[in-house]
Design a protein around this ligand. Structure first.
Ligand code: MGD
Ligand code: MGD
Ligand code: SF4
Ligand code: MO
Length: 750
């Protein structure tokens, strides 16, 4: 036994080294002891949704390996997933409730902590009304957990002040899907990756942020060497290892490039005119326009104009456009370089435009595929309705019929659910700062680290009564909370995660929670009871009970999951909705034959029918080009970007528990181009001061040719140097998603 463990560790050290260069790995299955019990589950971290096997021995987590039967990752994992078992027993696990007494967090019993939470919530609701309290959740919470929070806050407390971190992440993608196709979430699925002949990556560091999908691109290229990959990103990233053409744009100036590509596609005759006339409308965002008017709008967007805007060669734009046009099967994928922008929704529209113009959509190997960041942003929050304007299963609070349907399932009068959307995330934290929201319940997210322009919001979070449900302590948020509730972690609770490709996957409870930690849903049910709403929560005796009630909400909706009860999910490697019955295999492509909702009668010979739109037609948008909210100027001459590294996840409360990951990238830094460093007098590993209009930070310099001269990049993972003291909290007016990706800074020698 001891020997096999040692062997296993040796094995993982080698694998970690491989992973550090951006390669995913197979766990060697032969080295595990025979008494290890393996539980089929889903990775805790990113939206790829890899299948994992959690190994348990004597009630303790001992290993994680890739699930070879899961078609998403076919047994591969990145280094984060590989070390996931170590997080469960990490040194900072919170084992007991904490409450603030004399300005110090001290241990308390569950009863004392929950009584305090309930009393404070009751007091505020009675004195100031339901909108004086709020819930802030997460795309990492299970669907069941978000469902219970939704039911409690929107249906029983009666406030729509319920948000989640997907607002900081996927809101612009949601806006793009809704406006273009009339329905949220991707048309195709990961299956398309195995058939594509070109990949178009926009603002996605796939190698570091979606490593196993990156691996699928590598595999595709190996199987079909003529496969081309084009990237639009202001930085060189490890993803560059496999790309054929890099459009290294100025941060925030890529909208014109997308229009220029569209213009070339039309001029060179690469459009699918039948598809356009069958399935596409045109709009300028305010009113319908004609195809001709759209072409007139594009006149300005010559490759030369876009080249001037974005600072890249016009020939490269033409090259990218021709590749897109000539290649029969194209998958576009994008992430935060697109979404976290003041023109995030528009840029999403412009990507969809290219697929609509060429008809490269809704068939194997072609898709306009937004990559999701978190493991359950799609499932719990977008589908589950965990934002201030939504109700479960793609419903809206503003629609009376939707409120009525959900009120019936929740067993409450429809008047309990307010028709007006609550406050979106940035407005919520603003209202907290102004004292308008007095009590906040935070679950599975760390806003005191992850919100932009933190100097503006931290004091409000300190001043309000803040309850934080957390698995680890201290975090930047738990540190300033009034009550911290120890939450059971991944592996210690059962539930469902829904990943990028509309796939819902089941996770078992394989372990007892550490210490006194409790399941988030159980804590919320406890709170519901203490607030006098027990009656409608008492029947939730298990995760399955909650899931079954949620399934009722999905019946007949575009995201029908009624064919995915636990009994089935436990057997299969997830199901892609719509899956309307237990004998339905799930859906790989929406809006086409094979999609159970495809209306053959209405479609009348059309290949695609976008049933979220009244006439079944998707929309090509003529959106103006728009640069960043804070362009560089004489005083702040450098563009500052923030983002991720492979080994860490977000605020590193989880990856920080794993020594191997900490050692790989131990401390915060700023990437500076050597030309800039020379001008400023900076040296590699020396210190620089990065200053924006909102704050300043001293950081170690990492000389790098990844950013271009005039740009710097800050990974934002570390609590000791909060990048978000510097970032801009201005947001896209459509999606309300903040522009984390670009602001102006100056850099000095520290
Ligand atoms: N290792 C790791 N993986 C993760 C996560 C993690 O924390 N760590 N988090 C998960 C989550 S929630 C998310 S949302 C995803 C994020 O996944 P990504 O979006 O891939 O990651 P980021 O590093 O935030 O940003 C991606 C790229 O956007 C580029 N960018 C910046 N400005 C612009 C611009 O103006 N235009 C364009 N075209 N690109 C720009 C940056 O140079 C960067 O390379 O990753 C998920 N996966
Ligand atoms: N500068 C900058 N800021 C950004 C971004 C950026 O690109 N740049 N990206 C934004 C994006 S895309 C995102 S998604 C957000 C993410 O921001 P956050 O959600 O704030 O980051 P996480 O570290 O994932 O926070 C999750 C928290 O939940 C805790 N936790 C883990 N498991 C459980 C559980 O089962 N129950 C409970 N109750 N708690 C648990 C973890 O310990 C952790 O503290 O950050 C945003 N902030
Ligand atoms: S790629 Fe994402 S889901 Fe897969 S193992 Fe890595 S972190 Fe987990
Ligand atoms: Mo995200």
């Amino acid at each position: 036994m001891a020997l096999t463990r040692r062997e296993f560790l040796k094995n993982s050290a080698a694998s970690a080294a491989a992973a550090a260069i951006g390669v995913s790995l197979f766990a060697n299955q032969s080295v595990f002891a025979s008494e290890t019990v393996w539980h089929k589950s889903v990775c805790r971290y990113c939206g790829v949704g890899c299948g994992v096997m959690l190994g348990v021995e004597g009630g303790k987590p001992v290993a994680v390996k890739g699930d070879t039967k899961n078609t998403i990752n076919k047994g591969l994992l990145c280094v984060k997933g590989f070390y996931l078992h170590k997080v469960i027993t990490g040194k900072d696990r919170l084992l007991k409730p904490l409450i603030r007494k004399n300005d110090k967090l001290v241990e308390a019993s569950w009863d004392e902590a929950m009584e305090l939470v309930a009393a404070k919530f009751k007091e505020s609701i009675e004195a100031n009304g339901p909108d004086s309290v709020a819930f802030y959740g997460s795309g990492q919470a299970e669907t069941e957990e978000t469902y219970v929070a939704n039911k409690l806050f929107k249906g029983h407390i009666g406030t729509n002040n319920m948000e989640g971190n997907p607002r900081l992440c996927m809101a612009s993608a949601v806006g793009g899907y809704l406006t273009t196709f009339g329905a949220d979430e991707p048309v195709g699925s990961y299956d398309d990756l195995d058939h594509a002949e070109m990949f178009f990556l926009i603002g996605s560091n796939t190698a570091e942020s979606h490593p196993v999908l990156y691996d699928r691109l590598v595999a595709r290229k190996k199987a079909n060497p003529s496969t081309k990959i084009v990237a639009i990103d202001p930085r060189k990233t490890p993803t560059n290892k496999i790309i054929d053409l890099h459009l290294q744009v100025k941060p925030g100036y890529d909208l014109a490039v997308m229009h220029a590509i569209a213009k070339v596609l039309i001029e060179e005759g690469y459009t699918d005119e039948k598809f356009i006339s069958d399935s596409v409308n045109f709009s300028n965002g305010k009113e319908p326009i004609t195809y001709e008017e759209y072409k007139t709008f594009l006149k300005k967007f010559t490759p030369e104009y876009a080249s001037e805007q974005a600072g890249i060669p016009a020939e490269d734009i033409v090259k990218a456009a021709k590749l897109f046009g000539q290649t029969s099967r194209v998958v576009s994928m994008w992430t935060m370089g697109v979404n976290q922008r003041i023109a995030g929704v528009w840029l999403n529209n412009l990507i969809h435009n290219l697929h609509l113009l060429t008809g490269k959509l809704g068939k194997p190997g072609s898709d306009s595929l937004s990559l999701t960041g978190q493991p359950n942003a799609c499932g719990g929050v977008r589908e589950g309705g965990g934002l201030c304007h939504l109700l479960p299963a793609h419903r809206k609070v503003a629609k009376e019929a939707h409120r009525q349907q959900i009120a019936d399932i929740w067993n409450v009068p429809v008047t309990n659910i307010q028709p007006k959307p609550g406050k979106h995330t940035m407005a919520m934290f603003d209202a907290i700062s102004k004292g308008e929201i007095k009590n906040l319940y935070v679950m599975c997210t760390n806003p005191a680290h992850s919100l932009p322009n933190l100097n503006k919001y931290l004091q409000g979070m300190k001043d309000c009564f803040m309850v934080v449900a957390e698995s680890f302590h201290p975090t930047e948020t738990s540190k300033i909370a009034d009550v911290v509730l120890p939450a059971a972690f991944w592996g210690e609770k059962e539930g469902v995660y829904g990943c990028t490709e509309r796939r819902s996957q089941y996770m078992p409870k394989a372990l007892k929670p550490q210490g006194e930690a409790r399941w988030d849903a159980d804590i919320l049910i406890d709170l519901a009871k203490r607030l006098g709403h027990g009656k409608n929560f008492e029947h939730f005796k298990s995760a399955e009970d909650i899931w079954n009630e949620y399934l009722k909400c999905t019946k007949g909706k575009d995201m029908d999951l009624t064919g995915a009860p636990y009994s089935r999910l436990k057997e299969v490697r997830g199901l892609r909705w719509p899956v309307p019955s237990v004998d339905h295999p799930g859906t790989t492509h929406r809006f086409v034959e094979g999609d159970p909702l495809f209306p053959k009668d209405k479609a009348e010979g059309r290949r695609m029918y976008f049933y979220g739109k009244p006439d079944g037609k998707a929309v090509i948008f003529a959106r103006p080009d728009k640069g960043p909210a804070e362009p560089v100027d004489a005083e702040y001459p450098i563009a500052m970007m923030t983002g991720r590294v492979l080994e860490h996840f977000h605020t590193s409360t989880m990856t920080g528990q794993v020594p191997q990951l900490v050692r790989a990238v131990p401390k915060p830094y700023v990437e500076v181009h050597p030309d800039d460093a020379k001008k400023i007098g900076l040296t590699d590993r020396g210190m620089a001061k990065v200053i924006t209009r909102r704050g300043e930070l001293e950081l170690m310099v990492k000389l790098s040719d990844r950013p271009l001269p005039g740009n710097v990049f800050l990974p934002w993972h570390w609590p000791e140097k909060l990048s978000n003291l510097l970032t801009n909290d201005v947001f896209d007016p459509g999606s309300k998603e903040p522009e984390y990706k670009v602001c102006a800074c100056k850099v000095e020698k520290a």
